[in-house]
Design a protein around this ligand. Structure first.
Ligand code: GDG
Length: 505
């Protein structure tokens, strides 16, 4: 497709690679995380850019950028465009407003918010930096897809500079109820910024309903047209679309990866290595929204109430390091370590340790071997936009069946309610009894439940999500963005450098 037909621009807080400068050499490491996994297969070989912060404060000069990001772009099939940020930006925009205001508030943890005005200033200033890079590389024909809560103001900034730009927004985290949203000192600004996108899309109908309640509160004359997953909203001088679409995974890829002989062999090995008859798996980013302590307490209660399962079940908890400079995250890690040590100290025997845990990441094939080896997966988020781990677990289950225990408060619960055992993670007895139910479930029931979940995830995979998002936003399909060369970096980059950075890039 030629440039004037429009290209695909994805913007997110982070690039899918993290750059670092060690011993006079640039290094690049692929980032993990839900969004990267979801969008990689979509952007591949379709031209366009991924714009985001590369994770470094080093002075990233153009030759270095070319040297390190060039080959990576070639490999990935799209161009990486870094946004240069300072330590102060990251402090105020990322750790500050994004993760100490929006993240806790939107996950219903109002008391964890730090509504510091400096954070808001840093948030707006940093979004301006993103806007400059996007403006330097986009034309009216391009489709600009902005992702997540770190970049809510971006659409309004783009619109201000070029009213013809078409940008759409997907919120990966939940949208809170109006009572919670009202607490935000910048509630009017944030809501206004969301209305500046052509399409503002949420994970679930529940999130969109919350958003629409806020719209009705702040724009009492708002008019809504249509019903279903995408509706049209008029708020006086602007009309935009509001949608709900559950993000998903590349089901086929993960399903076939899990049935490969390597994964099967490794899964068998893991089963032999982890003593105990059954394995319960937890895979969570280190975050208070994921309900890791609740899961541990539920497991402990189950060991207490059903002593017959001792030595027969092992909880394997994988904790992915995250936001580790925020003190609350450090405290959470300590709380988890303490709980695990208490439980293991109390119930371990010479031949069995109830909880095995790991703080770190695994290579993809190892993660899928662990999924495949596990009898039960347990997701106990106190609130979660979607949760991809539970979908990946189901995709990994081919011949072997498995049971999914899933929090009612994860977006995925709305989609997987027929197959998963839903739990209220705040209810320790519910957690304990659901673990026991999963442990004792017969093969026939496991198969029926798992089949229903796999089928739903297969039908609504990540390509379905992208197709529907694109169709809602532009009326185009993914195939309208056909295979093409990686776009050139230089014209736009030089323009930005001249205009805004004066040598900073
Ligand atoms: C946000 C929202 C929403 C984990 N450990 C390893 C590893 N992972 C991968 C998983 C999964 C991803 O990280 C985690 O995704 P989640 O969806 O569970 O959670 P968040 O990171 O909080 O994502 C969430 C998501 O955005 C997408 O919209 O679902 O609600 O909070 O894909 O596989 N990957 C590898 N090794 C690991 O050790 N390779």
């Amino acid at each position: 497709m030629s440039e004037d037909k429009g290209r695909f621009l994805v913007v997110s807080n982070r690039l899918p690679v993290t750059l670092s400068f060690n011993e006079k050499k640039w290094e690049a490491k692929s980032s993990s995380g839900g969004l990267v996994k979801a969008l990689n297969p979509v952007l591949k070989n379709r031209g366009g850019f991924w714009i985001g912060w590369p994770g470094t404060f080093e002075n990233l000069k153009i030759p270095a950028m070319k040297e390190i990001l060039g080959p990576l772009s070639k490999k990935s099939g799209y161009r990486f465009l870094p946004v240069v940020l300072t330590e102060e930006d990251i402090e105020q925009f990322y750790y500050g407003f994004s993760n100490s205001v929006l993240w806790p508030l939107f996950h219903d943890f109002q008391t964890r918010c730090n509504f510091s005005p400096e954070y808001w200033e840093g948030y707006m200033r940093t979004n301006e930096k993103f806007a400059k890079v996007v403006l330097g590389h986009s034309s009216d024909k391009d489709f600009i897809w902005v992702n997540d809560y770190q970049l809510i103001p971006l659409g309004s900034m783009l619109l201000e500079k070029n009213p013809k730009l078409n940008s759409s927004f997907f919120l990966h985290i939940p949208f809170p109820s109006v009572d919670v949203f009202m607490k935000l000192p910048w509630r009017k600004e944030i809501l206004h910024q969301l209305t500046c996108y052509s399409l503002v899309c949420f994970q679930t109908l529940r999130d969109r309903r919350n958003f629409m309640d806020c719209i009705k509160t702040f724009y009492p004359k708002a008019v809504v047209y249509g019903r279903g997953h995408v509706i049209k909203v008029n708020v006086g001088d602007r009309t935009f679309l509001a949608g709900s679409l559950p993000i998903s995974i590349d089901y086929k890829h993960y399903s076939s990866l899990s049935s490969s002989s390597n994964v099967a062999k490794r899964a068998k090995q893991i089963r032999e290595e982890i003593h105990g008859e059954k394995i319960i798996l937890g895979v969570d980013r280190l975050d208070y929204s994921k309900g890791i302590p609740e899961k541990l307490k539920g497991f402990q209660r189950c060991l207490e109430s059903h002593p017959e399962i001792r030595e027969k079940i092992t909880l394997f908890q994988l904790v992915i390091p995250s936001r580790d400079t925020i003190s609350e995250y450090q405290d959470l890690r300590k709380e988890i370590e303490l709980l695990i040590s208490e439980i293991n100290g109390r119930y371990s025997t010479t031949r069995w340790t109830p909880i095995i845990w790991r703080h770190g990441t695994l290579p993809e094939s190892e993660l899928y071997s662990v999924y495949r080896a596990s009898d039960i997966a347990m997701v106990t988020s106190l609130k979660d936009g979607m949760n991809l781990v539970c979908k990946e677990y189901c995709a990994s289950k081919g011949k072997e069946s498995g049971v999914l225990i899933l929090s009612e408060f994860a977006g995925a619960a709305l989609q997987l309610s027929r197959g998963a055992l839903l739990v209220n993670p705040y209810d320790i007895n519910d957690l304990s009894e659901t673990i026991y139910q999963a442990y004792t479930m017969d093969e026939q029931e496991k198969k029926i439940r798992m089949r229903s979940m796999r089928e739903s995830i297969r039908r609504q995979d990540v390509f379905w999500w992208v197709e529907n998002f694109l169709r809602a936003a532009t009326g185009k399909k993914l195939e309208d963005y056909p295979e093409q060369e990686i776009p050139s970096l230089w014209p736009g980059l030089f323009a930005i450098r001249k205009k805004y950075y004066k040598g900073a890039v």
